[in-house]
Every structure is written in C-alpha cells, then in structure tokens.
Design a protein around this ligand. Structure first.
Ligand SMILES: Cc1ncc(COP(=O)(O)O)c(C=O)c1O
Length: 471
C-alpha cells in the first residue's frame, strides 16, 4: 500500500467532485504564501518529532498505533468535504456510511436488533450507555468491577447516579459472589461488565455476570471499548479444544453473551485501525431511541429519516470518522478472516512473550494475558551492594520498574517504550505471595501488543527488556 499515492488519490477524487460545481474564486483572507506555509510546516513537522514511535514494534507501551492507510485515505477524502454526521443535512453520504458500519459492528457482536452510532470516544460511548441506564432505572445505581475503566465512576458522578465498584477476583475480573451480594440489596439497576480491562486486559465473565444480573432483574452494559474486536477470536473456537483454528482463539462464553446484554461499547480507534476519535455504542432495544428525544430548530430538515443526531448526546461529529471506518471495513471487515487476523497476531505475540517472561531469570509474568496486554516485573530489586541483587519487595520492584521505563525510552541507540500499571499490594500478593509488601502498591510494567508486527519482534523485545532489568 503506497500511502502517498492513496493520499494523492483522495485529494484528486474530492477535487474532481468539487469541479462539478460552478467555478468561484477563493477569498484572499484565506490566502497564505507558499513560503510562509513552508516555514510554518517545517516548524510543525519538527515539533511532531517529539512523539514516541507508536508505529514501531519497539513501542510496546500504551494502546496506541497509527491508523491503517485505508482509514487515512478515507478520513482525508471525507475531511476535505468536512461533513457533520449530526444530521443528514450535514452529511448525507457519511451518515449512511455510519449506519452501515454500525450495522457491521452489531453483526460482529451478534445483535439481532440494534440502535447505535459512532461517538468521539469510548468515554462518550460509555456515558451514553450509563445515561440510558439512568433513564431506564431511575433512582438505582450502577455497579462495575474494581478494575473497570475510571470513566464509569466518573460518569456516574456526572450523571448523579450512585456508582459502586465490585471487588476483583484473583485474575482482575469482577467477583461474581460479591456482585451477587450487592445486587441482592436491590439498589443497583445496571451492571457494567468489562470485556477487556484497560490495565490487564482481563475479561469479565459476561455470561455469568448476565446470569447473576438477570436473576436480580438488573440490566447489563458491556464496556468492550478496548476488547470488543477480540470477539472475532471467539469465533475461532475454544482454546485447546478440537476445532480451535488458532492458538489465539478465545473462550467464546463471555463474547457469545454480549448480544443478550442491553448495550455494548467498542472503540474502533483502539483495535479497529482508526484514528482518534472513533468510539461506538450499541443498544439491543431500538426503543431506547426515545430517551434521546429532543427538538432542533436548526437541523433535521432535509429528510424524515432518522438523523444520527436524534439518537446521540453529541451534536457535531466528524463524518470523516465514519468514512474512514467504512472504507477500512470494505478492505478489512470485522470478521475472523479480516480484522480478526490482525488481532490474532497481537494476541499470539502476547502469549509468546508471556512464555518467555515466565521462563526468565530476570523478569516475571504478573499474570497470564487474556488478550494482548502483557504485565511483568523485574524479579530482583536494585543491588543492595555492587554485584549483589536485592531481595524482591514492592518498593524495589516499583523503583526498578520506574528506572527501566526511563532507561528504555531515553536510550538514544536502542530505545524501547513501555508503560507502567499501578497495582495494590493485595492484588500483587494474590498472584505472587513471596514478595515483601513494604508499601501499599507498586508499579509493574505493562505492554499492549496491538500491532500485528509485534509477533515477529517478541524475541528482540524480550531480550531488550531483560537487558534493562539487568541495570
Ligand atoms: C475498557 C475501556 N473503557 C473506556 C475507555 C475510555 O475510552 P476513550 O479513551 O476512547 O475515551 C478505555 C480506554 O482505554 C478502556 O480501555
């Protein structure tokens, strides 16, 4: 794929369309000289160099990677027109693309009926799901796992809804017994199950959460902002069982339950190869559309068809985001053979690295990855005397992790970019009881292997991180 060529084709295609309208002169107030543009652009492109190399396999930190060239060309072409998907009047072509891509997302999850739209982010998508939760269960609270994204507690506060964190089990998933006890109290109207937690990539057992919730007459929302596209790997069969096509395959249980839940959020700007901001929220019952009802004297005038703004809390939204996703899905559809292959490579990379970490004398695996996030820590603390490795304790692990993070990214010759995750002493002890708990929490190292290229880079990454652990 020649990005330069596709970018040029995008500009040409839009130019040709513009040429079908009458000629007119551009206003001189918008004019800038080529020299000034060139000078500003040079400064601008220099400043962009202050980024971390998210595109490169040596970047193994947060959930970041560049969009697919199809998304870039699609976004650019549509952005040159700059449609607004709030109303069909603002973006007729891209609104249709949005409805089609949302239908593809609904099909990916197995929803029979749906109402949904793209959003600017996972945060806004979850806010919408919690807003609907509040409207449908007034006066009742929302429960979410202790390891759920911070947005749930925060948005409950924004919405004036009591939010309750349910303790996590030993693998970072919502504790079902604790959830059952909480729901028995009758104060919760909606539970959030997280299909892929942000920190560890743990998958709440959505099917079991659903069973507990339904027993108590409680709604279920699934936050699959990060993990949602991994449902494509559940189609590959249960790992270890005959018929599982790939070792990246996932236990289908939690994923198969999503279409029975009330709503789900997924972020195409995470694993859907899209630029920011592209989130999505889907509701199983299209009737929730009534909760969005509002009047707009300025919009909704060219068509009696449903305008996306009528079922969204946001007003203006980039039609270009829908265009980019639509074009990407034409080439890499949300199917096991399409986007699924991209996610499977990242998951295999995580599994391969976790094997190396478990066998390492310098590093240890925090817990086995469920998706493509690997968490690990240095085995020995900083030397107590030169040449004498320190005893592992939370304080020493925290100190060495911080040093490794800094040393890795500041190395001019062979940089490696990691991230950290703060875990409580209790959570650490449940997985690694032999480590002295001399502080209430510690940082461990965390790598999201969301680029398929990581699969061929695991050996080098491991060697480099082991080297960093050696000091
Ligand atoms: C599970 C989960 N929910 C919600 C969010 C928030 O999404 P966004 O950053 O798109 O607002 C994230 C972000 O990482 C996430 O991992």
């Amino acid at each position: 794929m020649d990005l330069q060529d596709w970018v040029s084709r995008a500009v040409t295609a839009v130019g040709r369309w513009e040429d079908t309208f009458g000629e007119f002169g551009r206003h001189p107030s918008l004019e800038v000289s080529e020299e000034r543009f060139a000078a500003a652009f040079e400064t601008f492109s220099d400043r962009l160099r202050a980024n971390y190399p998210y595109f490169h396999p040596s970047y193994a930190g947060q959930m970041l990677k560049p969009p697919h060239p199809a998304a870039v060309a699609g976004y650019l072409a549509a952005m040159l027109i700059n449609p607004n998907n709030h109303a069909l009047d603002g973006g007729p072509a891209t609104s249709r693309m949005e409805k089609e891509t949302v239908a593809r997302l609904a099909a990916m999850f197995g929803f029979g009926t749906h109402l949904g739209h793209l959003t600017t982010s996972g945060t806004i998508a979850n806010l919408e799901a919690l807003y609907v939760a509040r409207e449908l269960r007034p006066g009742l609270g929302v429960a979410y796992g202790a390891e759920a994204h911070y947005t749930h507690g925060r948005m409950c506060h924004v919405l004036g809804v009591p939010g309750t964190a349910v303790p996590a089990d030993a693998a970072g998933r919502i504790d079902l017994d604790a959830l059952d006890r909480l729901l028995a109290g009758g104060r919760i109207g909606t539970v959030v199950a997280t299909a892929g937690t942000t920190g560890l990539g743990a998958i709440d057992p959505v099917h079991e959460v659903l069973a507990v919730a339904r027993r108590h007459g409680v709604r279920v929302h699934v936050d699959a902002a990060y993990g949602g596209f991994f449902t494509l790997l559940a189609a590959l069969g249960t790992p270890g069982e005959p018929g599982a096509a790939d070792r990246a395959s996932l236990d289908p249980g939690p994923w198969r339950a999503i279409p029975e839940c009330d709503s789900v959020v997924v972020d195409p700007h995470k694993h859907g190869l899209q630029p920011y901001g592209c989130g999505a929220v889907l509701f199983r019952d299209p009737a929730v559309g009534r909760l969005y009802r509002h009047d707009s004297p300025y919009t909704y005038f060219t068509s009696g068809e449903l305008h996306l703004g009528e079922i969204s809390l946001e007003c203006s939204r980039a039609g270009a985001a829908a265009a980019a996703l639509w074009l990407t899905f034409e080439l890499l559809p949300p199917t096991p053979d399409g986007l699924g292959r991209v996610l499977a490579a990242g998951r295999r990379a995580a599994l391969d690295w976790s094997d190396l970490l478990a066998a390492s004398g310098r590093l240890d695996l925090y817990q086995r990855p469920e998706l493509d996030i690997v968490c690990y820590f240095p085995v020995a603390g900083p030397p107590s005397r030169p040449g004498k490795p320190g005893q592992p304790s939370l304080a020493s692990i925290d100190e060495v992790c911080a040093r490794m993070l800094a040393d890795g990214m500041n190395d001019q010759d062979d940089p490696v970019f990691l991230s950290t995750l703060t875990v409580t002493a209790d959570a650490f002890a449940r997985r690694h009881p032999g480590v002295a708990a001399d502080r209430p929490d510690t940082r461990i190292l965390r790598s999201v292997l969301m680029k398929p290229e990581s699969e061929n880079h695991v050996g080098a990454l491991h060697a480099r991180v082991e080297e960093l652990a050696g000091g």
